[in-house]
Design a protein. Structure first.
Length: 364
């Protein structure tokens, strides 16, 4: 009897030991799982950051980010819709384009309005393959489950992200924490690139020359310039424009500015970014070109500009007056990853502070 008791005690000790061991192993496995999950999320976040730093448009960046989400998290369908203050824009999706109109109007569906108002996710699904989700139209039967995430920046509603599956109850029991993290990352990215988006779209077109304003060089033009690691930025001014305006009138001065702009347009490649910087100042970004390679070309452009002649009738003395522009050029180097505006600011300061009679090609 005593022997049996001893055996039972030993068995209990062994069982208890196995239980403790299994708990320990479970904690270690769970710890490893959480660590792996954190590493995976950090990698995705790094991919997001790398995308933000790319020399591409904001629209392309959002599409790349959506593709990363689809690939890294094995999402069947992912759609990002942003409200720009006036309308809802579908920024990225891997669904059929014919369904875009429905997907960018989900904010009007009663199914999701409480989600938007309360800033909480919404999970919807069907119970069998023959059903369809209520927001779908007759031609939309691909998705059987969906999770809707409203997007807010500083408590301001800016759109939504929706993921879908072609399987019913696909997200049942799923830890939504990971999707909350993804949503916050999407919001961070949208917030970051919103500043780039502003720069890309703030430029205007000069009504006289048809050239874009300086802001174009800092936004959309920069996408072309940043294809190269180094470029030459050129700025020039029409030195005698004030004199022309005072003596012959602003109409003649405007005509001179137009002629100068058209002369440069016909002499430079479409790969170069040419803008009307301000007043009589113009800027050209020679993408991927060194200053030494540019000087000779600029010399030809300068000569072409100064050969322009506007002929006026001097009715008082009954003869003709020829007016030509006098220009001053300055060049600087722009390095990809730095601020173009810093380079143009230095060039502008040089033109503003140099001798008013200077008519050269200077490098700074």
């Amino acid at each position: 009897m005593l022997g049996l008791i001893v055996v039972i005690v030993i068995l209990l000790i062994v069982v208890l030991g196995l239980i403790i061991y299994n708990i320990s192993i479970y904690k270690k496995v769970k710890g490893l799982s959480n660590t792996s999950e954190k590493i995976a999320n950090l990698r995705v976040l790094q991919d997001f950051m790398d995308t933000i730093g790319k020399s591409t448009s904001t629209d392309d960046k959002i599409k790349i980010i959506n593709d990363i989400l689809i690939e890294k998290y094995d999402i069947k369908y992912s759609t990002i819709v942003v409200f720009n203050g006036a309308e809802y824009i579908l920024k990225a999706s891997n669904i059929d384009e014919r369904l875009y109109e429905t997907m960018k109007n989900l904010h009007t569906d009663p199914l999701f309005q409480d989600s938007i108002q309360n800033a909480v996710p919404k999970y919807v699904t069907v119970n069998n393959p023959n059903e369809r989700l209520s927001y779908q139209r007759n031609d939309m039967t691909r998705a059987k489950s969906a999770m809707f995430f409203p997007l807010y920046i500083d408590n301001i509603y800016i759109g939504y992200w929706i993921i879908e599956s072609d399987t019913e109850h696909a997200f049942d029991g799923m830890d939504t924490g990971i999707f909350e993290i993804i949503r916050e990352n999407i919001i961070s990215v949208l917030k970051t690139i919103s500043y780039q988006n502003t720069i890309e779209n703030i430029y205007r077109t000069d009504k006289f020359t048809g050239l874009n304003s300086a802001e174009y060089m800092y936004g959309k033009g920069k996408l072309t310039i940043d294809r190269y690691s180094r470029s030459t930025i050129c700025m020039f001014t029409i030195n005698n424009i004030e004199q022309i305006n005072e003596i012959y009138g602003r109409k003649v001065g405007t005509q001179m500015i137009i002629k100068v702009a058209n002369t440069v347009k016909t002499n430079i490649s479409s790969d170069y970014v040419f803008v009307r910087y301000m007043g009589p100042k113009f800027a050209i970004a020679f993408s991927g070109t060194e200053i030494e390679e540019t000087v000779e070309f600029i010399s030809r452009i300068k000569r072409s500009i100064e050969e322009i002649k506007i002929v006026l009738e001097d009715k008082k003395n009954k003869n003709k007056i020829e007016i030509s522009p006098i220009t001053n050029f300055v060049l600087g180097t722009y390095y990809k990853g730095t601020g173009i505006e810093e380079v143009t600011k230095k060039l502008e300061e040089y033109l503003d502070n140099c001798d008013k009679e200077e008519s050269e090609i200077s490098c700074i």
